[in-house]
Design a binder for this molecule. Sequence first.
Ligand SMILES: [Cu+2]
Length: 316
Amino acid sequence: MQINKLSMLSLAMATAMAGYTGVAAAKTVKVTMHAKESMVKIDNKGTEYPAWTFDGGIPGPVVRVKEGDTVEFELVNDNTNKESHSMDFHAAIVDVLKEFAPVKPGETKKFKFDAKYPGVFMYHCGSMPMHQHIARGMYGIVIVDPKEGYSKDYPKPDREYVLVQGQFFPNADDHHAIMENQGWTGTLINGKMFNYDPVHDPNASKVLEAKPGERVRIYYVNANVNLPAAIHPIAGIWDRVYLNGNPKNVIHGMATLQLGVSEAATLDIVSPADRPTNNAIVDHTMGAAMRGAITVLMNKPDADPNAGKGDSILIR
Ligand SMILES: [Cu+2]
């Protein structure tokens, strides 16, 4: 993600000169992504897979803006690619035939949209066969922070983490099988099976970390091709769940949140303050959990002070 400070400045100045006060000026945020057809590692032991990606990783880059901002987006389809690709931002209100149209290899497309609603949103490639482009890794998350900022109803979290779930089909070329949900052998969390689960995968080395009693905010996207997800923090309860991540859509005390395909949510958990504990954030759909959808959250006094802060909310 790139932010064009000049554009931000000119808009901010224009707003200031128009006499507005008390409301943060809307910014223009420039985002450029390159479609890349490249090998990626889809598990902790380094198994390689011929992915299609935004910027070379699964998921693509985190796009984070504030409600009211304008996103100026550019998709570069590198001329080394074989496929057309496109961008479908669920945070955008535009024309599917215009802004989201396919971009051929060697071509570039630009469009812009205003982030009108706060929350969390999926993005994905919409080129045909769409299910294959998503299954091979072309998806990611947009976070639109509310313009009002934090409040009693939307408290400031101590840590933030992004979790994007996807289905893994090892036979990447068989798009008929992917459409029929056949041959699905893995669930990717931020691009890897058991990415943050050293309990079930001896090759896993990463976990989510927080200190006891901290409020941990998870931004979750279900980027599965065909299956809903049932998101549950084992040994915990979601203190608050914000449907689609919108602070107005709050539910308290949820054990499990069902997320349909492409659905996203913001989930808060607060661990006991008086002792170290662990949670396992799972897709409670057992076929998904056992294929890789288990994420360990360690709540410990010596948690890395930088984990889940600033720009390090998606752990690669
Ligand atoms: Cu694509």
